[in-house]
Ligand binder design. Sequence first.
Ligand code: BGC
Length: 745
Amino acid sequence: MKQKSLLLAIAASATLLCSAAGLLPYQNTSLPIEERVNDALSRMTTAEKVAIIHAQSKFSSAGVPRLGIPELWCTDGPHGVRPEVLWDEWNQAGWTNDSCTAFPALTCLAATWNPEMSALYGKSIGEEARYREKDVLLGPGVNIYRTPLNGRNFEYMGEDPYLAAVMVVPYVQELQKNGVAACVKHYALNNQEYFRHTVDVDLSDRALYEIYLPAFKAAVQKGGAWSIMSSYNLYKGLHAGQNPRLLKEILRDEWGFDGAVISDWGGVHNTAQAITGGLDLEFGSWTNGLSEGKKNAYDSYYLADPYLKLISEGKVDTKELDKKAANVLRLIFRTAMNNEKPFGSLNTPEHVEAARRIAGEGIVLLKNEGAILPLDMSGKKILVVGENAIKPMTVGGGSSSLKVREEVSPLEGLRRRFGKVAEITYVRGYAGEQLKDHDGMKLLDISDNRSEEEMISEAIAAAKNADYVIFVGGLNKNPYQDCENTDRAGLGLPYGQDKVITELSKINRNVIVVNISGNAVAMPWIKDVAAVVQGWYSGSEAGNAIADVLSGDVNPSGKLPFTFPVRLEDVGAHAMGEYPGNADAFKCNKDTMPEYYKDDIFVGYRHADKIKNAPLFPFGHGLSYTSFEYGKPMADKKQMDADGTITFSINVKNTGKIAGKETVQLYISDKKSSLPRPVKELKGFSKVELAPGEEKTVTFIVGKEELSYFDDAKHAWVAEPGTFEALFGSSSRDIRGSLTFKLTD
Ligand code: BGC
């Protein structure tokens, strides 16, 4: 009681102080945020509340000018800060001060399996966004990699909910320290681009909770995300941005989210549903306000004049409006009106270095026969082949496209690193389609109109005399590759690259393939090449990072965040699912494309582990230039009860000659269960750095949470008593030790 009156006294004097300083309560950052929100709300008219819950331009929403509450400015996200666009256009505004540092694509970040890299990423991109005076960064994306055809997988963190959930948290936390909100996207079930506006996803609650939600939940609960972006697709018949199950029941009621839900650009379709569905802020709706001669196209948004009209006619009350406006105000107070935020910085040497470090840790050495890598280049003749050695990859791919201050191409990176000691020649090998521009930004013209035969013969002739052939190919950011709004047509490499690689490998035994992609690709030539490096889209420093790994300046330590299947049929979504939707049902109901996720929880390695065909490269795979020996795993006990934990430990030793990093992965296998369970599931990982000969102990604490499955019928997580196995591996298929233990009643 005493304490309460003391608090009241303090609050009263704070109010006095601030009024003395001329501050109104909502302006006073020393007051609790809810008090400020309520105060601001109480001063706003209904029209002012409606004005802050929808866009006023392509990327901004209005503030409350009368009250000095600032506008809210968003930007893409998630790999760098998007260049300025025109007020009402996707096209660039042509500013000259908006070039950024491009950080590696999120698949590459996930491949570091290192939360410290995630923190560095969030901090660096946050500083750039802050400097550019942005309040909300539209990212990171954590949709689960369900099919290698999804054009946007490169923007996400892979196929495993545990890995994505661990990696997303430091990104969000460090970003938001800059007073810039994360807008975690695309919530939820946006697992393909094909039919992205019309696909109506349905799935078991078990798959929803076990596979598709954990990374979002972690971003909200552990990361404290201030905003979340609803996705384009439908879920159980309702668009995600107007879906009370997703936005109210799960996000608010179950997870306690107190931020703002922002629609994906053009993801709102209906005023009544947007009012009650849990959305707070509408962006990008393609209304035809201008053509109807309205004073402002944005007044025609679903949550603009149509909402005001319903209120003024007494058809809806203002309860939902107050909630939405409160959520938006809270977001504004945390960002635009946060006067304690730092100033940020742009294109600093530290950011460039961060981009290079993250890329270096994310690049995955997939194959290294005869330890051909790292390359000893002194006095050697190197032939570089492939369009991706010269193609800028920070531009294109959709909304994540960037305008960078500098992008080092793989060829340039190799020249910088080896140019003085080796003879480097470049030939094209193949050519993809040349696009002219992206959102008004002119693309580098690398068109080559020679025939396939001409380019292959040139490459073969050059390869005859080369000591090493470095083929840099893969996908690119053009439509139907790794690109928003389209999915890939198949697992194979485009533009006849398989043929080029096969022909090169017939002539030269030292072919090293650097695959640039955010997706798994088929590699029918895998046995014929000496080495394969997964180079991702590695941002501004891509070429330097690739040269770092090929030269051995950086010992590779990336591990795959998703499975590379041999064939599409080995992927759950294709073997069992309905990807890209149920075409027959689509015919009957032309507005939406129903798709039931029949693959259920069997996504990625959870499916690959069940089938006979081994994957091309398994989840968690990645080689090093050194070797690691695992000791015998130990546990502090053999059984635990439901409230307890078990601590596992295992020693890892660097048995090679150079320093390196190893990610020890812990998988849990439930030996007997009343519901079908995956063969094993990732439940812990730890990356350790070891000098030659050095040994370290890695520990994992396992509790009930790591043993549970989601029971649809009970709507609860259940840890079933019985026998479990803890598996310790260097990948999901390279298990180095195991222990069984019991969960008792
Ligand atoms: C994308 C979002 C993006 C938004 C704004 C949408 O088309 O799906 O990820 O943030 O555009 O550019």
